[in-house]
Design a protein around this ligand. Structure first.
Ligand code: C5P
Length: 223
């Protein structure tokens, strides 16, 4: 039997992309396989946590030992997360679409010869991480991700304050890195305490180490 340092802890995890409908057959989305978020949910559960995973549309299986809710849009994800509060920790890994169309069409938008493409009016989606980070039922520990292609650490530092997060896991998702959809990741752990660079490793190992770090941080807080 492995030790269960997270027994009795309730942890919310978001994972995967969100899909924002344009019409019944088309949508806007970020690229996200859900691999890293699902692996984190599974690793937290192995340490004994009561994990609630809110997943956008992915093709991978629900992680074992994790209570998984499936949603499509950012607003559905936000509502699901808010209903799951209070929690001891929240780990927001989902690649939420920043924008959605103001009104999605009820019928498929027809391609009409000579009319050209439709103009999509976009509006901002809610920032789920910032909402949780500034919530009156804020979890003890709030962890976010920063997938960037440039100025990775600077952007992650700025995100700590803006999002009300304790830890930002920064990863470089430049196309040449192969992180997107791949099985490996190289992250930096950015917090008030400073920056910790982790070597490149499998997404499962990143999950394992992050779960360990979360257990350590929560240990200093009374159940
Ligand atoms: O601002 P940016 O999208 O880079 O922030 C990334 C972090 O914020 C991730 O942890 C992501 O899950 C979270 N996020 C969110 N809701 C949004 C946008 C990002 O929860 N609408």
């Amino acid at each position: 039997e492995r030790p269960k340092p997270l027994a009795g802890r309730r942890i919310i995890v978001t994972s995967g992309p969100t899909h924002e409908p344009i019409d019944p057959v088309r949508y806007i989305a970020n690229r996200s396989s859900g691999k890293q978020g699902h692996a984190i949910a599974a690793a937290l559960a192995r340490l004994g946590a009561d994990v609630r995973l809110v997943s956008g549309p992915v093709t991978i299986a629900d992680p074992t030992g994790v209570d998984t809710l499936h949603v499509e849009t950012a607003r559905e994800m936000r509502d699901a997360v808010e209903k799951l509060l209070p929690a001891d920790a929240a780990v927001m890994v989902a690649a939420v679409a920043d924008w959605r169309t103001e009104n999605s069409a009820g019928e498929k938008i027809k391609k009409v010869a000579g009319e050209g493409p439709p103009a999509l009016q976009m509006v901002e989606n809610p920032d789920i991480l910032a909402g949780v980070g500034h919530h009156r039922k804020r979890p003890w520990l709030v962890v976010g991700f920063a997938a960037e292609t440039q100025s990775v650490v600077e952007n992650a530092k700025a995100k700590l304050g803006k999002k009300g997060a304790d830890i930002i896991v920064a990863n470089d998702v430049s196309p040449e890195g192969g992180v997107m959809g791949g099985d490996r990741n190289r992250v930096r752990i950015v917090s008030k305490a400073g920056i910790e660079e982790w070597p490149e490793m499998g997404k499962d190992e990143v999950a394992e180490r992050l779960a360990g770090l979360i257990a350590e941080r929560l240990q200093t807080i009374e159940v």
